[in-house]
Design a protein around this ligand. Structure first.
Ligand code: HEC
Length: 71
């Protein structure tokens, strides 16, 4: 996945950890495949604000979610 997305493995790992620990707090985890890429870009800023994430973590979790959607 790191190779396909061009995102370093460490970033994906951190993004995944944030996703799993934060994004299921208020609702069931929304699987990356369940939302279109364009819609993720719209939803993420609001959801990361909900979760109280730093901008750095927002960037990482967004890259993780989008990396898992690559064909
Ligand atoms: C503080 C609570 C809270 C946290 C934390 C949270 N969400 Fe949400 N989320 C909501 C609520 C409430 C809704 C439904 C209302 C809305 O769409 O704004 C929602 C809706 C969504 C939707 C929209 C589903 C759809 O089909 O339109 C997605 C996708 C989503 N969340 C993803 C995430 C992700 C990814 C994270 C982690 C960064 C996250 N959420 C963290 C409260 C939260």
């Amino acid at each position: 996945m790191a190779a396909r997305s061009g995102v370093p493995w460490e970033s994906l790992k951190r993004g995944r950890m944030v996703y799993l620990s934060q994004c299921g707090r208020c609702h069931e985890l929304v699987p990356p495949a369940g939302v279109k890429t364009e819609d993720w870009h719209l939803v993420m800023p609001g959801m990361c604000w909900n979760a109280g994430l730093t901008q750095a973590d927002e960037a990482l979790v967004t890259r993780y979610v989008l990396a898992t959607k690559l064909p």
